[in-house]
Design a protein around this ligand. Sequence first.
Ligand code: SF4
Length: 63
Amino acid sequence: MKIIEIDEKKCDGCGTCISKCPGGAIQLVDGKARFMGVSLCDGAGVCIGKCPNGAITIKTIED
Ligand code: SF4
């Protein structure tokens, strides 16, 4: 399955990705976007193009 991965070093905590995620899979914690769990992410990657810093990528994990 596909899920997102957030590069903390690139994330500046702008929060843009959070409102773009229909599943609520991203939240801001201590000024960084955090992935809230596989069950919330449909892997569509809607958030990826919204990050101004290129901090979000898709990765494939075992089901
Ligand atoms: S859009 Fe990018 S820089 Fe902004 S909070 Fe999300 S991951 Fe971080």
